[in-house]
Design a protein around this ligand. Sequence first.
Ligand code: AMP
Length: 333
Amino acid sequence: MYILTIGSHSSLQILHGAKKEGFRTVLVTPEKRVKFYTQFAFIDEVYGYKNEDEAVEYINSFANNGILIPHGSLVEYIGPERVNKIKTKIFGNRNLFEWEANQKKKMSLLKNAKIKIPEQFENPEDIDRLVIVKLPGAKGGRGYFIARNKNEAKEGLNKLLEQKMIRSIDEVIIQEYVVGVPMYFQFFYSIILNRLEIIGIDIRYETNIDGLRRLPPDIKVDPTLVVIGNIPAVARESLLPTVYEYGENFVNTVKELVPPGMIGPFCLESVVTDQGDIVVFEFSGRIVAGTNLYVNGSPYSWLYWDEPMSAGRRIGREIKLAINSNKLDQVLT
Ligand code: AMP
């Protein structure tokens, strides 16, 4: 059996883990990255594509003997229409992609799960506090902006329209900007073991907002929120039971709203306030790049496995367990 993924995001970790679990590994990447990826011995085949159609064709040549592991760059690189043409089975629930791409659907799912979310403003006229304006899709925060009031928000929205970054303001989501510390809670839901695991926590490192503290306070620079890396975190242990409950609610709600439900890794991106509230401002229904920190296991994955268990390896392990118990179809869509 071949495990495939697109060369970006968390592909190194995914294929490193797949190899550890005994699979053949294939990386599909834009041609200019072939040299970079060829240096890793755990990748059996590196395929460089010239265009996205070629990539899909190659992925589909593994329809009978391969599994594609999706990550945050799959839809961004290949495009949503082409992803629909992928015939090779995907580990996880491919029906979630559409929910993830649509900011409004995304937040409604969290709300349904009774998870605390930031206040949302449908109409810029109603804005009465500090807000963040977000663009659709997983663009790593590009184009997002923070506005102090409704006038600043309207100005920013007009700019996005002028620059054709959006076609209408219905595409954006306007959220209360929650002040606190960010913590991104990484989970793995195992169908095969029938359990939810907390597999790690990270904080995204974003430019330029995370660099502003280096400046004297009188120098005013507008913050941007472009993700460039991740830093590790552990949470106060007393926060974990609530975090876990959020994860369980999420799994139950996905099961109800997005059949066949949650399979494998997901993440609840949160801000923890000084009142101890955990406010979730988005979710990822697949592996997040913050798990790259834990290629040798995280402080949490050790508690479940007592062996180095990255999210990538956990995916490989789940596939292996599924194959061994004749349940592979339950973890693929
Ligand atoms: P997102 O694409 O939703 O993950 O947002 C990108 C970044 O914006 C996050 O990593 C946070 O730093 C920040 N952010 C997003 N939403 C909020 C919010 N409601 N309150 C505070 N910070 C936020």
